[in-house]
Design a protein around this ligand. Structure first.
Ligand SMILES: CC(C)(COP(=O)(O)OP(=O)(O)OC[C@H]1O[C@@H](n2cnc3c(N)ncnc32)[C@H](O)[C@@H]1OP(=O)(O)O)[C@@H](O)C(=O)NCCC(=O)NCCS
Length: 303
C-alpha cells in the first residue's frame, strides 16, 4: 500500500528490503507508545497513518507526535479515509504536541483546520559542493557504532540554549542512526577525555550525503566545525558530490556551515506544530522568526 501510494517508498535508500525498513521504523522504534493506525476495507489495508512519539524539551517535557507515513491507496482517496484515520490517531495518541513536515496540499489544509500553525523559524536546506576542498580542523573526531549515556549528558547541556529540542535518549539515537535498516550512514563524535563534546549523524542516500543531526556543547563552535569538516571529508571519501543539511533559518550553526562551503539552496521545509489538547499552552514564543529551535532532518522522516 505504501509503495502504491508514494512515487518511491521508502524515500531513503537502504540495503534492506522495504518490509525490513518498515519493521525497523515501526517495531524497533523506542516509542513510549505505538499509535499507528491502519484503515481496512474488503480484507485489505487501504490506508495508514503512522506516527512516532518522542519527548521534547520546550520549557519542560513535552510529548510530541511526528507523523511519518500518511497514505491512502489511490482508489480509496477522496472518501474521507484519511480524515477518519487521522481522527483516530489524534484520539489515541498520548502526544500533547504535534510536529508535521508535510507539503501535501490536502494534508496542509486539514492540518490548518485542526489548528496547526507554521513555525516561522522554519527549516531551510543548504547544500555543499563536495568537489571543493574541505577545511579540516584540529579537534579530534572519531567514528562510533553506538551512543551511550555520555551523549545524553552532553545533550542535556547542549539543549540549554534552545526552547524546542528533542530530549536526550541514547536508545532513540541508536535506533535512528545506528541500525542499518534505517538507512546507510555513520556517526562521528568529538570527545575530550571521557567527555562527549558533540556528534554528527550522517545519512547517505541516492548519491547525496546528508547531515541528519548535529549537536555540540554550547559555545563550542570549534566542535561544530570539526564535526562538519570530518563529515564532509567522509562524504568525499565515499565519492559523493553534494552534501545537504537543513537547519532552522535562524540558528547558531548556520554561519559555521557557510564557512564550511554550504550555501542556502532555498528549499524551505514546511514545519507546523499544534498543541495536541485544548488547554495545552500555545507557546507563542515558538512562532517568532528567531525562536531558538533545534530541529534537523533527522527529527523528521525526510531522510
Ligand atoms: C494525502 C492522502 C493521504 C489523503 O487521503 P484521502 O483519504 O484521500 O483523504 P480524505 O478523503 O480524508 O480527504 C481528501 C479530500 O477529500 C475530501 N473528502 C473527504 N471525504 C469526502 C467525501 N465523502 N466526499 C467528497 N470529498 C471528500 C476532503 O475534504 C479532502 O479535500 P481537500 O483535499 O480538497 O482538502 C492521499 O491523497 C495519499 O495517500 N496521497 C499520497 C501519499 C502522500 O502524499 N501522503 C502525504 C505525505 S506523508
Amino acid at each position: 500500500m505504501l509503495q502504491a501510494s508514494f512515487p518511491r517508498w521508502p524515500e531513503v535508500e537502504t540495503d534492506v528490503t522495504p518490509i525490513d525498513h518498515l519493521r525497523w521504523k515501526l517495531a524497533a522504534a523506542p516509542d513510549p507508545e505505538k499509535t499507528h493506525v491502519v484503515a481496512e476495507a474488503e480484507g485489505h489495508i487501504v490506508g495508514c497513518h503512522l506516527s512516532l512519539v518522542r519527548e521534547y524539551l520546550a520549557g519542560g517535557a513535552v510529548t510530541v507526535r511526528t507523523d511519518i507515513d500518511v497514505a491512502v491507496a489511490p482508489e480509496w482517496r477522496g472518501r474521507g479515509v484519511n480524515g477518519a484515520q487521522t481522527k483516530l490517531s489524534i484520539e489515541t495518541s498520548p502526544a500533547t504536541f504535534v510536529l508535521t513536515t508535510t507539503d501535501n496540499p490536502s494534508l496542509v489544509r486539514a492540518d490548518h483546520y485542526r489548528g496547526h500553525r507554521p513555525l516561522r523559524n522554519r527549516l531551510i536546506s543548504t547544500s555543499c559542493d563536495l568537489t571543493q576542498a574541505v577545511h579540516t580542523s584540529g579537534t579530534r573526531v572519531d567514528s562510533i557504532a553506538s551512543f551511550d549515556a555520555r551523549t545524553e549528558t552532553m545533550w542535556t547541556k547542549a539543549a540549554e540554549p534552545y526552547e524546542f529540542i528533542a530530549a536526550p535518549s541514547a536508545a532513540w539515537l541508536n535506533w535512528r542512526y545506528c541500525d542499518l535498516r534505517g538507512g546507510n550512514g555513520f556517526v562521528l563524535q568529538a570527545e575530550q577525555g571521557c567527555e562527549v563534546l558533540g556528534f554528527v549523524a550522517a545519512r547517505i542516500s541516492r548519491g547525496k550525503g546528508y547531515i541528519a543531526y548535529l549537536l555540540a556543547l554550547p559555545e563550542r563552535s570549534n566542535v561544530v566545525q570539526a564535526l562538519t569538516a570530518s563529515c564532509l571529508a567522509r562524504f568525499q571519501e565515499a565519492g559523493l558530490r553534494e552534501a545537504v543539511c537543513a537547519l532552522p533559518g535562524h540558528h547558531p550553526y548556520r554561519g559555521l556551515l557557510t564557512e564550511q562551503g554550504f550555501s542556502q539552496n532555498r528549499r524551505r521545509i514546511p514545519l507546523t506544530t499544534r498543541p495536541g489538547y485544548p488547554g495545552d499552552p500555545e507557546r507563542p514564543s515558538l512562532r517568532k522568526p528567531n525562536a531558538a529551535v533545534h530541529i534537523m532532518l533527522g527529527d523528521t522522516d525526510l531522510i
